[in-house]
Design a binder for this molecule. Sequence first.
Ligand code: NAD
Ligand code: UDP
Length: 312
Amino acid sequence: MKRILVTGGAGFIGSHLCEKLLNDGNDVIALDNFFTGSKKNIVHLLDNHFFELVRHDVTMPYFAEIDEIYNLACPASPVHYQYNPIKTVKTSVLGAINMLGLAKRVNAKIFQASTSEVYGDPEIHPQPESYWGNVNPLGPRSCYDEGKRVAETLFMNYNFQNKVRIKIARIFNTYGPNMHPNDGRVVSNFIVQALQNKDITVYGDGSQTRSFQYVDDLVAGIISLMNNTDEDFTGPVNIGNPGEFTILELAEKVIKLTNSKSKIIYMPLPQDDPMQRKPDITLAKEKLNWEPKVNLEDGLMKTIEYFDRIIK
Ligand code: NAD
Ligand code: UDP
């Protein structure tokens, strides 16, 4: 039985990860400050004697005897990470320093939830891990993008200098149950709007693209990366679904799948909004024998069922 710390464990992805790690027979500590996460996401795990919940902020040091750390703590929706940009940088950078320090002290293996945002508004399509990215270091997304880029730098240097065992995944847009109804990201916004027959808010002309991955595929990918025993294979490795859709296509699909009466309305495109995004997953296929299994319609249906249940 491994003792595993999951920071951001009460969040959307963290809650799914905790559940899977417990089902696989591990002893799990979820650490969260509940900024965007919620106890509701993990309340069903609280009766399990091998699960602990700790209210803590990763910008402050934390100590526990553990074998592995999954570092997920960080708001992920543009609305939430831009609410307090200084705090977002601190969460990524101080959080990485504190968790890497802990990993070094107790000789734990540590995973970092990095992001496709390190590629910024990419000039290369699809994006391979070797691409350095096109990030505006001063814009409204920079607190998140640059924070995650520094976190990758810290991980690589703790590995190089202190031999800490690290794994870095660059996660592409992920959706599924346990997203907060007010999360602000596109899939949850569109589904909640459609279920309430409210206007669907497409930003810009909707021609920008994203590649959407269902959360179960992501969790399988990051666990298989963590369990990969080749210590030289640190990543970063892209974990995402290469199926690419325009935002307008997504809006139309959600309206169809929910039988909604909603109309599409157009709103201004936020500054520095990336125009296209699609992962090159050759490396994940080759090294982890991993690829996503859930197509967009099936994943959307499961997510629609979830929101239908919780917003009634
Ligand atoms: P989320 O907002 O649902 O979860 C983040 C969790 O971290 C929340 O529970 C929040 O309360 C917690 N948190 C935030 N700041 C904290 C702090 N200072 N101390 C302790 N806990 C803190 O978002 P998510 O989609 O579950 O994202 C999880 C991780 O995956 C994030 O690091 C995010 O950057 C990364 N990621 C997500 C996506 C995606 O599409 N969902 C894509 C790329 C990367
Ligand atoms: N978006 C949109 N309507 C919304 C929310 C988002 O059109 O209600 C767009 C947004 O401008 C972006 C895409 O959907 O082009 C994905 O946005 P999200 O915030 O989900 O993630 P990110 O931009 O970080 O990939």
